[in-house]
Design a protein around this ligand. Structure first.
Ligand code: 4AD
Ligand code: MG
Length: 483
C-alpha cells in the first residue's frame, strides 16, 4: 500500500522505493520533465513528483503523460530526493506511474485557480478537492475528536439521544415531520385533521431540534453527560448562520448551577481553540492567510485588526465578558448606532429579543471579546429555563463570539416540579408530550445545567469562514438539499 503524503513529507531522502497515490493538483512541464503536484487529502501540502519520460520507466511515456492533468488520479513510486525547488524539502523522483482515472481538462470544473465559494457550493461533489475544503474538513474532524476527548477526560458520558421525537424541546415549532402516512388521503379525524394515531409511532413525530430533554434524564442518573448529534430545524431563515440540519454538542451536568455552566462552556471553547491551533497547524495557517485576504477586500473601517490566528489566541488567553441581559440592553440603548438609528431593529425597551446585529455590536464593537449574556426575560426563552428569584428573568446564558454571534445557548434548568408545570402551560406545551420530563422532577430532583454548542458555528469561528454552508460537507438549507 502507498504511504500518505503527510507521512512522506516528514521523511528524509533515501534509496528505498516509496509509493504514493492521489489526485493531480497541477502539472507543469519543461522539455521532457514534468512536475506534478500530487495531493491525497492527508494534508494540505502537495508532494512534488518529478517525471522524466526520457528515463523510459514503467508507465512513463508520452501516451500516459497526456492523461496526467489536473483532477486525474494516479499512483506513483520512486525515490525520495532532496528537492531542487523551493517550497518543499523532498520530492519524488518517479520510477513508475499509473494513471487510475482521467479527468478531461475540457470538462473538469476545478481549474488550478481561485474559485468563489458560491461556485464551489454548486459543485459540492467536487469541492472536497480544494485546499479550503480539505482544510475545513480536517479541522472539522479534529474538532469532533477534541470534543469527545474534552468530555471523556472530565468524566462525562456520551449519550445518544433520539433523532425521532414526539416533543418540541425549544417550543419554537420549527420541526420536520416524520411520518409513514400516505401523502394522498391520510386517515382523518372527525374534525378533518390528520389522525396521527394511525401513524407509524401512533402519534405525531418529528426530527429532533435538540437532545437536551433526553440528556437531562441521563444526567439525573449518570451525573455528567453530553450528546453530540444531528439536529434539525425547519426555520425558513436563509441566513449565513442557519442550517436546517446541523450538529450540536449538549453537555448536561447534575448539581451544577449557571456559574458552573458558564465556566464549563468557557473552558470548553478555549480547549477547542487550543486543540485546533496545536494540532491543525498547516490547515490553520492556510485558513488564516485566506481570512486575511478576505479582510483586505472589506472597507478599512470594517476590517479585523487581528489575523485569524491572533484572534483565536486572544480569545483563548482572555476571560470572556459576563453581563446580564439588563446590562446588555443598557449598553445597546445608549450605543452610538442606536442613537443614530443605525440598527435595523432599534433598541427601545427592556424585553426585546436581541437581534444578531445587537449581539455583534456587543461583541465586536463594545467589548471586543466573547461575551456571555445571562438572565434573559422569561418570555423570550424556552420553558425549561429556571425562573430567577426576580420572577421576571430566567437563568439563561448565551455565548456570543466575534464574527459569528451566538455560538452557545444554555441555562440552569427548572428543577422545581410545580414551577416547571406552570411554565410548560405558559408556553402551551401539551403535558402528554413531556410528562416524563416533568416526572423526573418528582424523584430526587437536583439543580442542574447544560448548554448547546452549534458545531458548524464553532467551525465558522475556528476557521474564519463567514458562511455556515462552507463548513458543512453537505449543507441543508431552504430549497437546497443537493448532494
Ligand atoms: O440556542 P439553541 O436553540 O439551544 C438549544 O437548542 C438548547 N436545547 C441547548 C441546550 O441548552 N442544551 O441552540 C444551541 C446552539 C446555538 O447557540 C447555535 O450555535 C446552534 O445551536 N444553532 C444553529 N446552528 C446552525 N443552524 C441553526 N439553524 C441553528 N440553530 C441553533
Ligand atoms: Mg439560542
Amino acid at each position: 500500500m502507498s504511504l500518505s503524503i503527510s507521512k512522506v513529507l516528514t521523511m528524509s531522502p533515501s534509496d528505498e522505493t516509496v509509493s504514493v497515490s492521489g489526485w493531480v493538483r497541477t502539472r507543469r512541464s519543461s522539455k521532457n520533465v514534468s512536475f506534478v503536484a500530487l495531493n491525497d487529502g492527508s494534508t494540505i501540502r502537495n508532494l512534488q513528483l518529478v517525471i522524466d519520460v526520457d528515463k523510459g520507466y514503467e508507465g512513463m511515456n508520452e501516451e500516459a503523460m497526456v492523461k496526467v492533468t489536473t483532477g486525474a488520479s494516479l499512483c506513483a513510486s520512486g525515490k525520495l530526493v532532496a528537492s531542487q525547488g523551493s517550497g518543499q524539502a523532498v520530492e519524488l523522483l518517479c520510477e513508475k506511474i499509473s494513471v487510475e482515472g482521467v479527468a478531461d481538462p475540457e470538462e473538469y470544473p476545478l481549474q488550478p485557480k481561485r474559485h468563489s465559494l458560491e461556485f464551489l457550493r454548486e459543485i459540492g461533489h467536487l469541492r472536497f478537492r480544494t485546499n479550503v475544503f480539505g482544510a475545513i474538513l480536517r479541522v472539522r474532524h479534529a474538532m469532533t475528536f477534541a470534543i469527545h476527548k474534552f468530555f471523556n477526560d472530565r468524566g462525562f458520558f456520551n449519550i445518544h439521544s433520539p433523532i425521532i421525537t414526539g416533543s418540541d424541546c425549544e417550543g419554537a415549532g420549527e420541526m420536520f415531520r416524520v411520518t409513514t402516512l400516505p401523502e394522498n388521503n391520510p386517515p382523518l379525524l372527525d374534525d378533518g385533521k390528520v389522525d396521527f394515531s394511525k401513524d407509524f409511532f401512533g402519534k405525531a413525530t418529528n426530527l429532533t431540534v435538540s437532545g437536551q430533554l433526553e440528556a437531562e434524564l441521563a444526567a439525573m442518573a449518570l451525573g455528567k453527560v453530553y450528546t453530540f448529534g444531528p439536529t434539525f430545524r425547519a426555520e425558513n431563515s436563509n441566513t449565513s448562520r442557519h442550517l436546517a440540519e446541523f450538529w450540536m454538542i449538549e453537555p448536561e451536568v447534575a448539581f451544577a448551577d449557571l456559574k458552573d455552566n458558564m465556566d464549563l462552556a468557557e473552558d470548553f471553547l478555549k480547549y477547542l481553540i487550543g486543540y485546533a491551533l496545536e494540532n491543525c497547524v498547516d490547515d490553520m495557517e492556510f485558513l488564516s492567510k485566506r481570512y486575511a485576504e478576505e479582510e483586505k477586500l472589506k472597507p478599512q473601517a470594517e476590517r479585523e485588526e487581528m489575523t485569524l490566528l491572533e484572534k483565536l489566541e486572544f480569545v483563548r488567553n482572555n476571560s470572556f465578558e459576563r453581563v446580564t441581559y439588563t446590562q446588555a440592553i443598557d449598553i445597546l440603548m445608549n450605543s452610538t448606532p442606536n442613537k443614530k438609528k443605525k440598527f435595523q431593529y432599534p433598541v427601545e425597551r427592556w424585553g426585546i429579543d436581541l437581534q444578531s446585529e445587537h449581539e455583534r455590536y456587543l461583541v465586536e464593537k463594545h467589548f471586543k471579546k466573547p461575551v456571555i449574556v445571562t438572565d434573559y426575560p422569561r418570555e423570550n426563552k424556552a420553558f425549561y429555563m429556571r425562573v430567577n428569584p426576580d420572577e421576571k428573568t430566567v437563568a439563561a446564558m448565551d455565548i456570543l463570539v466575534p464574527g459569528v454571534g451566538e455560538i452557545i445557548g444554555g441555562s440552569q434548568r427548572e428543577e422545581r416540579y410545580e414551577i416547571l408545570k406552570e411554565r410548560a402551560a405558559e408556553f402551551k406545551i401539551p403535558e402528554e408530550s413531556i410528562w416524563w420530563y416533568l416526572d423526573i422532577r418528582k424523584y430526587g430532583s437536583v439543580v442542574h445545567s447544560g448548554f448547546g454548542l452549534g458545531f458548524e458555528r464553532l467551525l465558522m469561528f475556528i476557521t474564519g469562514m463567514s458562511n455556515v454552508r462552507d463548513v458543512s460537507p453537505f449543507p441543508r438549507t431552504p430549497k437546497s438539499a443537493e448532494f
